[in-house]
Design a protein around this ligand. Structure first.
Ligand code: SDX
Length: 394
């Protein structure tokens, strides 16, 4: 129809559709970060090594890694006035509401982020984001349970530091089980990036106007919060608790197939993967390791999830629609076993994905050919018509 513009949801007319960072083959179930398979990165690298890779394009040498870790460690502390932001929230505020507010407020404190023409400023903003988001996540949890904030400690590793701020208390020393630290480190790797997903595309589109990185990450956090995206890990756990017992699985699978029923099998299906999400396999393996380490191998929710997966993957609806478990299906079970409360699951997803967001933001803003995003649309409204005075309108 003349005068109408075709809106292709996959194209936002910015450089966001051209990227060197992550490759997904949805049919084959392949995920590469800068060409490296996620399976090898999850097995051989730390989250900070993978963060360096996503930001710089190559895995770090030992010297580069040591320097990167030193920089991140140095920036884990928040400006003390940021702690006042938490005092304004109700204690039962959802952690993602707090993250949207506090991460956005970072641009009110770290003004170098406002001048994004400088690569040094962009690099420093990336370090600050990777360093400070765990502190913000831990503080939002501590605030919600009425306990004092824990300052980060520079003598601890990245994940152990987070777990101490989140789960430790100032009255006693905190030493986390190294198996659990490694498990959480791997979970952050699995969440670090995923190409042009909704929240990353949101960050790139927001950044295409020249907005500062903290403000852009706020848009990504807001988008990730939705239950169809990062909010799914919290929804999966609530779904498993609602299903309760394996004898109820077939009833819920029928609900999931019923187009008139809003219920969807949370943690199943994906916009891109039409095969098993490679991250889900690694997350299931991590579940086994953590639950075995904690002596919880008979965890009823994990057994229910395994049975639900088995039955669904044998169901012709799920086979025909190519619906497989995605990254969120098992992540909630392992986070819960690590002592992370359900309402913090999406904040944990944001903690891992923040490095992907800032890597994509930097790639886009550093591209001299990038233009402000301006998605086109397929107009389906009224054709031109005259205005009637209010008395003539019916
Ligand atoms: C993430 O993009 C990313 O990369 C996201 C992510 C990342 O790392 O950033 O991977 C993280 O968001 C993973 C997805 C988490 N969300 C959930 O687990 C929520 C449950 N999943 C569904 O909401 C759904 O699968 C979506 C939203 C994820 C995808 O929906 P689509 O695009 O409709 O999936 P599809 O085209 O493959 O669906 C095919 C059919 C459709 O039915 P028909 O129109 O053919 O009749 O399968 C149906 C869908 O309605 N379907 C489901 C289903 N998912 C799709 N039916 C029941 N249960 C489901 N979970």
């Amino acid at each position: 129809q003349s005068g109408l513009f075709a809106y292709d949801p996959g194209f936002t007319s910015t450089a966001s559709c051209r990227s060197e960072i992550t490759y997904i083959d949805g049919e084959a179930g392949i995920l590469l970060y800068r060409g490296h398979p996620i399976e090898q990165l999850a097995e051989k690298c730390s989250f900070l090594e993978v963060s360096y890779l996503l930001l710089n394009g190559e895995l770090p040498t030992q010297k580069q890694y040591d320097d990167f870790v030193r920089q991140v460690t140095y920036h884990t502390l928040l400006h003390d006035q940021l702690s006042y932001f938490f005092q304004g929230f109700r204690r039962d505020a959802h952690p993602m509401a707090i993250m949207v507010a506090v991460v956005g407020a970072l641009s009110a404190f770290y003004h170098d982020a406002l001048d994004i023409r400088s690569k040094a400023n962009r690099d420093l903003s990336a370090i600050r984001i990777i360093a400070k988001i765990p502190t913000i996540v831990a503080m939002s949890y501590k605030y919600s349970i009425g306990l004092s904030f824990m300052y980060p400690r520079n003598d601890l590793g990245y994940v152990e530091n987070f777990m101490r701020m989140m789960l430790g208390n100032p009255c006693e020393e905190y030493h986390e089980n190294p198996v659990l630290v490694k498990a959480l480190d791997r979970i952050l790797i699995l969440h670090a990036d995923h190409e042009q997903n909704a929240s990353t595309s949101t960050v790139r589109l927001a950044g295409s106007s020249g907005a500062n990185p903290y403000a852009c990450l706020t848009s990504g956090i807001a988008c990730l919060w939705g239950p169809a995206h990062g909010g799914a890990n919290e929804a999966v756990l609530n779904m498993l608790l609602e299903i309760g017992d394996s004898e109820n699985i077939s009833h819920y699978l029928e609900k999931a197939k019923d187009k008139n029923d809003p219920f969807r099998l949370m943690g199943f299906g994906h916009r891109v993967y039409k095969n098993y999400d490679p991250r889900a396999k690694l997350m299931r393996q991590t579940c086994h390791e953590v639950l075995d380490e904690l002596g919880l191998h008979d965890d009823p929710l994990f057994k229910l999830a395994l049975e639900l997966e088995r039955i669904a993957l044998e169901d012709e609806y799920f086979i025909e629609k190519k619906l497989y478990p995605n990254v969120d299906f098992y992540s909630g079970i392992v986070l819960r076993a690590l002592g992370i409360p359900v309402n913090m699951f999406t904040a944990m997803f944001a903690m891992g994905r923040s490095v992907g967001w800032i890597a994509h933001w930097d790639e886009m803003i550093s591209d001299p050919e990038h233009k402000i995003g301006r998605p086109r649309q397929l107009y389906t409204g009224k054709t031109q018509r005259d205005v009637l005075s209010i008395g003539e309108r019916e």
